[in-house]
Design a protein around this ligand. Structure first.
Ligand code: IPE
Ligand code: IPE
Ligand code: MG
Length: 537
């Protein structure tokens, strides 16, 4: 993106359009799960495989696009704010990736300054490297505060003159960048693999600064690059060390992704011989074709109405829970068939302990039975449990953890079952975890942001809920996923849970696919057209 914004062959408006087109193409590619552009393909594949949420990059991308119009910074503080906006979200993605691989790139927040300076050093290196491109376009991305110390340097640079003042400024800036990039304590305590990556990046950037220093007047003609030999001297031993480090520590590496929906064949995951596709719908129903960019990534379901289903038939309430079992399986089959990546089911809430022991026992026994020899065992489903072990029978907790472990490398559908789950409980515990981290000196309360909160949740990689569906006619969320569902589309249907099947899930997704989500932005099309478009449907 940086290259697209900098290309000298096009006027600013066109470069801005190119960056914007690239960003849009990335969004389309993410929805499609693939790309014809090799860079985007790598990014899409990584994001989907490692369940990264790239939405946090939006701000950084917009900022890069706006760079094309030129920037001026009065002082280092302004300059630093821009760096943070543009670079930190990318670094954070890298951190998430390492975290999910089981090799956390732990950033001790008492080292927060080191980390910020490192990012600043990287950005300053980039700016010095790109002077020959930026200056002819009228861009000088160093803060005024840095230039005033060298009288006349701004004019010299804008005229492309290599004066003593220019040489002195460049010398001082490379020294500053070198100092910022040299943060020996930054990688302390990290997984050695992650530490080697960061240390190597720092070495490469210092080599880049050597090339800037060595370039002299040529710096204003073309971007200097370190020699191949200089790079090889850094990369060859780093690769060896990295290979050793990674070989000593087992990583959680997601398998290849299955082809996008509908699921036509068994996933080629590691256990492919044992995995099978879901049984077809008894009536032969097939999933609707939903355009990839209209598919939700995460559907969460409040499975409500078991008790009323039974009461309506003069049966004891527990009977409703037993009858509701097949509907749970149906949802999972339907999710696999339509190619949904995340399905989360609300099975037992922290408030449900208020019910009769009989009813509670029936609900928990049904869950336990499914885990032991239910029809889900050999589907391409990664099973996860969200909730708290308190008060749950030990064998159930054990079975939940066992299934989580057994299915951890599956890539088809991530099924999260919420058992003894409460949204407020989750938020309270997350706040407690953050407080604990602050007390241990791992995090500085002044810098706690939404990302930090999300990282301390029980499943930090769980994406936001796109569609929240409740059966049974009630229109409330009953303490379900308050953090993840803030922007969910809501869908309420009257039928009781035992009466629904996969077609209801498909219907919910079809309706979702027609909604326009805004996330607080202005509508994409004028309201009039919006209304007439929905009327014509
Ligand atoms: C949902 O069905 C299942 C659980 C809460 C475990 P209910 O048991 O709440 O059914 P209704 O709402 O009473 O009909
Ligand atoms: C929510 O349903 C919990 C589950 C479906 C597990 P409830 O039936 O317990 O919710 P309320 O009491 O109607 O709000
Ligand atoms: Mg209920």
């Amino acid at each position: 993106m940086d290259d697209l914004a900098d290309q000298r062959d096009a006027p600013p408006a066109e470069r801005e359009a190119r960056v914007e087109a690239w960003t849009h193409a990335l969004q389309d590619d993410l929805a499609a799960g693939t790309s014809t552009d090799p860079v985007r393909h790598a990014l899409v594949d990584t994001a989907l495989r490692w369940h990264l949420d790239l939405s946090s990059l939006r701000g950084a991308m917009t900022s890069t696009r706006e760079d094309v119009r030129g920037r001026r910074f009065a002082d280092w503080d302004q300059w630093r704010a821009w760096c943070t906006e543009e670079v930190v979200p990318w670094v954070d993605q890298l951190r998430h990736l390492f975290e999910q691989a089981g090799a956390p790139m732990t950033l001790r927040l008492d080292r927060h300054k080191d980390y910020e300076q490192f990012v600043d050093g990287a950005q300053l290196t980039d700016i010095l490297t790109d002077l020959s491109t930026d200056l002819p376009q009228g861009d000088l991305l160093l803060p005024h505060e840095a230039l005033v110390a060298f009288p006349g340097v701004e004019d010299d640079l804008r005229q492309g003159r290599w004066s003593p003042a220019t040489a002195a400024l460049i010398g001082e800036m490379t020294a500053l960048a070198r100092q910022w990039l040299t943060q020996p304590a930054m990688t302390r305590g990290m997984h050695p693999g992650a530490a080697i990556v960061l240390d190597t990046v720092a070495c490469l950037m210092r080599a880049q600064l050597d090339a800037v220093d060595a370039a002299g007047p040529a710096l204003l003609e073309r971007a200097p690059r370190p020699t191949l030999v200089a790079r090889a001297r850094i990369l060859a031993p780093a690769r060896l060390r990295a290979r050793l480090a990674w070989s000593l520590t087992p990583l959680t590496v997601p398998g290849p992704r299955r082809p996008s929906a509908p699921l036509s064949a068994v996933s080629p995951a590691a256990e492919s011989t044992a995995l099978r596709p879901p049984p077809p719908h008894p009536g032969g129903a097939r999933p609707p074709q939903i355009p990839a960019d209209r598919m939700p990534a995460h559907v969460a379901v409040i499975m409500d109405g078991n008790g009323r289903w039974a009461q309506q038939r003069d049966l004891p309430r527990p009977q409703g829970h037993r009858t509701g079992g097949p509907a749970v399986h149906e949802m999972i089959y339907g999710a696999l068939e339509i190619g949904l990546p995340h399905l989360t089911l609300y099975a037992f809430s922290t408030e449900n302990w208020k019910r009769d022991t009989d009813e509670i026992t029936t609900i928990l026994d049904a869950i336990r039975h499914d885990l032991d020899d239910g029809p889900l065992r050999d589907l391409d489903v990664r099973q996860r449990w969200l909730g708290h072990p308190d008060k749950l029978p030990d064998e159930l907790v054990h079975a939940l953890r066992r299934e989580e472990h057994r299915t951890r490398n599956r890539t088809g559908l991530t099924l999260t079952v919420c058992i003894n789950y409460g949204g407020r409980d989750e938020i309270t515990r997350t706040a407690a975890a953050l407080a604990q981290a602050a007390r241990a000196g791992d995090i500085d309360p002044r810098f706690i942001g939404e990302d930090d909160f999300a990282r301390h949740m029980p499943h930090p990689d769980m994406p936001d809920v796109d569609l929240l569906w409740r059966t049974g006619g009630e229109q409330r969320t009953s303490n379900f996923l308050p953090w993840h569902a803030t922007y969910a589309e809501l869908h309420f249907t009257p039928r009781y849970w035992p009466d629904v099947d996969r077609r209801d899930l498909w219907q919910a997704i079809t309706e979702y696919s027609r909604r326009q989500r805004r996330h607080g932005a202005a509508p994409l099309i004028p309201a009039r057209d919006d209304a007439s478009a929905s009327l014509s449907r």
